[in-house]
Write a protein of this length. Structure first.
Length: 727
């Protein structure tokens, strides 16, 4: 075993043991000058982060990474490559850069050291808090390096050290992408300086998937975080000559290792979900380099915290940590504030607030995705606030969100998106016993498609029952283009026709319509006037009091609005909103007496802003809320003349607001949650806010009376109160 204290490496002997929630007493005292705190262990939650390079989670998953590290729950990061680049631990373009020797094993170790220091600060406040370093066998015949933070042993880092692509986009056989596509049968590892791993290993495609499955089985995560499997393409496509067996494909804003690491995580989750495991898993995927092209969705304080941690990782202070290989990644150095990757935290799935709907008997039903399938919670009796345990609704490899649409007859219809994983390359096929060489693998093309399920009746216990999930295909017939299609939002109009809207590959909005939610038309595009639009994902659609359909979507400069001319008509582009730039997802709600209201976020401050469009007038900003430091989609509801908001604060907690005609002050404190809060009115006309915890459990708070501006305390779905919400 390697015992790392204060950055120095002392080589000893030993073998990895079973995972322990608490470190032995001998490890709790830490080293001199590095005081340790006892680990607070939360076993109802567990986080696994799958990244490609050691800085990926610091750039793209924070502040959520730090919140999980500090929660006391097991928080494990699996880094697939060493990120060795050219082995020069210096910023490209520095003086005499090309005269520096290529020292890839040393550079990999320096990056690990920087990542470790940043993680230790998140967990303990001390960059030099000691780590225990050892080998771990996740797959027979393979060893990986695992590091355990001694003061908080539920925090672990696992390094596979596969060689990286060494280029952002240029096709290269020896890469994660080459392994995924079958261009190479095996990808080798690179042994960093000082590693306890005794030799290099050759990973086949299935070996890497099986390794990730073993990680999931070991830690039983309630939340898995990955990089972006569906990055946006570059507007101007560079040309690279095809590498044998690797087509050029579409070039994206993101790094090819980021994207492919997410593909491997998806494939591993598909296998893991097919096996017996103790608790269900939710998945979050994070936009990568593309965030540099988007407005900042974090406030200054949160961005500064991310930059501080990245400066630690980048060895900006130049201090000696005791390892001659280096103490951080000087290619990052102190420039994190300049590259604009640290001022955003964006989920690829923007979420929806419409995952809670009333049933005909007045009970509420809530829907969310766990283990890639839809789950349903229902109130046991209308208005009581007592909910059932979740029941399976079906689906497979569903992503991000599920929206529930209520038909005029009270039946519900669900919408989501799913990824169809590609067929396994011939050399990596296995039979039912897991042995290689099996033939007859189904021919599948890697793509995404919109899916829906229509309620057919009631299941045992009174939960709604649904028919099979039906594919609505994609507005993009080319599979590679379909990978960029956005998440669906749907609305049912007054005559029972359901309209579903999605962002297209080119940044427009496409829709299909189906009377009664079936018999769908072909995909068509919402029209634009003048210049073409290039909207971000996170659009919304709703009916106004006259039955007209409204659709809103944002680009980097403003909000775009489409509206039908009457009930049942297709939306047409309305007059320019002249609303300012926002950070992405929008939420629409009809106003009493006509008109529409939208909730959105202001760039750089994360402040929630509300804008109104009276019945036949233009848009105007009507309210700006006190900044909370959160991000993502805001939930909004109108309970008579009372406006209710639900928002994430800077600590990841849910906060509520209610006011007469416009939002009131934020109430709190909130409880930690994931995804987007949902809102609906119960049988007594009270607005109910619903969230999912990191443990996959449902929690609710509701108005203390219809139109009231106070709420009950948050209550988990098993009936245990969690915290009060102040008036």
């Amino acid at each position: 075993m390697l015992q790392v204290a204060g950055g120095g490496i002392v080589v000893g002997t030993g073998a990895v043991g079973a995972w322990q929630w608490l470190a032995p007493d001998a490890k709790k005292n830490g080293s001199k000058g590095a005081p340790a705190r006892n680990a607070k262990v939360v076993t109802s939650e567990s986080f696994v982060h799958v990244i490609a390079h050691p800085d990926d989670s610091l750039y793209f998953m924070n502040p959520e990474l730090e919140q999980s590290v500090r929660s006391g729950a097991p928080s494990v990061t699996v880094c697939l490559t060493g990120g060795e680049s050219d082995g020069r631990n210096e910023l490209s373009g520095a003086r005499d850069y090309h005269k520096l020797p290529e020292k890839r094993p040393e550079f990999v170790r320096a990056r690990v050291n920087g990542f470790r220091e940043a993680t230790a600060v998140m967990a303990t406040g001390n960059a030099l808090s000691p780590w225990d370093v050892e080998t771990l066998t996740l797959l027979p015949g393979f060893e990986v390096e695992v590091q355990t933070l001694r003061a908080a042993p539920q925090v672990q880092l696992i390094f596979l050290e596969l060689i990286e692509a060494r280029t952002m986009r240029n096709p290269r056989k020896e890469s994660l992408r080459g392994l995924w596509l079958g261009a190479v049968p095996r990808l080798t590892t690179l042994r960093p300086t000082g590693t306890p791993v005794g030799r290099t290993f050759q990973y086949g495609r299935q070996h890497l998937i099986d390794t990730l499955v073993a990680v999931f089985e070991r830690y039983q995560p309630t939340v898995v975080r990955t990089l972006d499997p569906n990055p946006t393409h570059l507007p101007k496509q560079p040309h690279f000559p095809d590498t044998p067996l690797i087509p050029e494909g579409i070039s994206h804003y993101d790094h090819q290792d980021h994207t492919t690491s997410a593909f491997f995580a998806q494939a591993a989750l598909a296998e893991y979900w097919g096996r017996k495991h103790s608790r269900p898993t939710a998945v979050e995927s994070y936009i990568g380099y593309e965030v540099s092209q988007l407005p900042s969705n974090l406030d200054k304080a949160t961005t500064n915290r991310k930059v501080k941690l990245l400066d630690l990782y980048g060895w900006a202070d130049g201090k000696d940590c005791g390892d001659p290989a280096g103490c951080g990644d000087r290619k990052v150095g102190a420039r994190s504030k300049k590259v604009r990757w640290s001022n955003n935290c964006r989920h690829r799935a923007p979420g929806t607030t419409r995952w809670v709907q009333p049933l005909p008997d007045g009970r509420l039903a809530a829907f969310a995705l766990l283990d890639g399938a839809a789950q349903c919670w229902t109130e046991t009796r209308a208005g009581t606030g007592v909910w059932s345990s979740p029941t399976a609704v079906g689906g497979s490899m569903l992503e991000g969100q599920v929206q529930a649409v209520r038909h005029t007859d009270g039946k519900l219809q669900l919408f989501s998106i799913r990824t169809v994983l590609p067929a396994v390359p011939k050399g990596d096929r296995r039979d039912a016993a897991g042995k290689p060489g099996a033939e007859g693998t189904e021919d599948r093309t890697h793509r995404r498609e919109i899916v829906t399920a229509l309620q057919t009746g009631k299941a045992t216990g009174g939960a709604p029952a649904f028919g099979p999930w039906e594919s609505l295909g994609s507005p993009e017939s080319e599979p590679k283009r379909s990978m960029e299609v956005g998440y669906p939002v749907a609305v049912a109009d007054q005559d029972g026709t359901v309209h579903v809207f999605v962002r297209t590959f080119d940044g427009g909005v496409a829709f299909r319509s189906g009377p009664g939610g079936k018999g769908w038309t072909d995909w068509d595009a919402l029209p634009t006037t003048g210049a073409s639009v290039n909207v971000h994902d996170g659009l919304d659609a709703a009916l106004d009091g006259q039955g007209r359909i409204h659709v809103v979507a944002a680009d980097t400069k403003t909000v775009h609005h489409w509206m039908s001319q009457g009930p049942g008509g297709a939306p047409q582009m309305a007059e320019p909103t002249r609303l300012p730039a926002v950070t992405g997802p929008l939420t629409l709600v009809p106003l009493q007496g006509g008109g529409m209201r939208v909730a959105m976020r202001q760039p750089d401050t994360s402040r929630v802003v509300v804008a109104d469009r009276p019945a036949d007038d233009g848009w105007r900003v009507s309210a700006q809320c006190e900044p909370l430091g959160g991000y993502g989609r805001v939930a909004i509801a109108q309970s008579g003349t009372t406006t209710v908001l639900a928002d994430r604060d800077g600590k990841g907690g849910i906060r509520l607001s209610a006011g007469s005609g416009r939002p009131g002050p934020w109430q709190g404190p909130g409880i930690t949650h994931r995804g987007t809060p949902g809102m609906a009115q119960d049988a007594q006309g009270r607005t109910v806010a619903v969230v999912l915890g990191m443990d996959g459990k449902l929690s609710t708070a509701r108005q203390q009376g219809a139109g009231k501006q106070t709420f009950t305390g948050w209550t988990s779905h098993d009936g245990k109160p969690q915290t009060d919400v102040a008036s």
